[in-house]
Ligand binder design. Sequence first.
Ligand SMILES: [Zn+2]
Length: 66
Amino acid sequence: MDEPPRLSAEELQSLYWDILERCVNGRTEGHRCPECSGELTCELEEDFQVKIECAACRRTITAQVG
Ligand SMILES: [Zn+2]
């Protein structure tokens, strides 16, 4: 399987922004990876920190939202 392309934190945040926002609003289920359409595992942690992991392309993102 190919490695996900290297993107800066800013690029990732804008690419995943819609998903990050929904996770912060409590919707952590049913999201699809904007890069590969794979299934995403999203976790909302303390202080509006969101962790996203794609099961397909192995992209992982941790972002502070809000
Ligand atoms: Zn993916």
